[in-house]
Design a protein around this ligand. Structure first.
Ligand code: GRF
Length: 187
């Protein structure tokens, strides 16, 4: 299955997926300064930068769509992509775009989920892998894993636990999708 990953920043999830053996065919990055661009070149994975700043969503998504077609992409994996996906890509890749979010959705949506959960004082947070829809951090859940916050634990400790769970859970979820698609195509 041909996979594209979308990212805007650090790219540690993409890095973990590649190191665990998931083949990413192309990374699309919307931020020319993102560290994920370096990670892509370290792993010899093609990375296409398509800026989104001060541009209309239909315009930049049309450009992204051309790249996805060129690479014959079947699954889009969002990994720290800080934009909502618009109708151009949602319609073309319905049911084929997944996201990772560092909380147990529907709790703590948004860009600061790890911090928000910690500040709220919840005793259990976690990680969610889900299909996306047109809303922020919404769509059918594929997998979730709980991460406890223990008495006296620092924010840094909690954040590291969340990220470690992310790397394994995203890998598991993508593998599950690949296996299900393989089964379907052989039946
Ligand atoms: C992760 O915590 C992911 O859950 C969230 O954004 C962060 C991306 O981190 N959507 P990285 O770029 O993969 O390091």
């Amino acid at each position: 299955m041909k996979i594209a990953a979308f990212a805007s920043g650090n790219g540690s999830n993409i890095n973990a997926l590649i190191e665990k053996g998931i083949k990413i065919d192309v990374i699309i990055c919307n931020n020319p300064q993102a560290f994920v661009i370096e990670r892509a070149s370290e792993h010899n994975v093609d990375c296409v930068v398509i800026t989104t700043k001060n541009r209309q969503i239909d315009d930049y998504e049309a450009e992204m769509y051309d790249v996805l077609k060129k690479y014959e992409i079947e699954l889009i994996v969002l990994a720290g992509y800080m934009k909502l996906v618009g109708p151009t890509l949602l319609n073309e890749y319905a049911g084929n775009i997944i996201n990772i979010h560092p909380s147990l959705l529907p709790a703590f949506k948004g860009a600061r989920a790890i911090e928000d959960a910690f500040k709220f004082g919840v005793k259990i947070s976690g990680v969610t892998i889900h299909y996306i829809d047109s809303e922020l951090d919404s769509g059918t859940i594929i997998m979730q894993e709980a991460v406890p916050i223990y008495e006296g634990e620092s924010f840094e400790q909690f954040k590291n636990k969340i990220h470690n769970v992310e790397y394994n859970l995203y890998y598991k979820a993508i593998n599950k999708i690949i296996e299900e698609r393989n089964e379907k195509s052989t039946n």
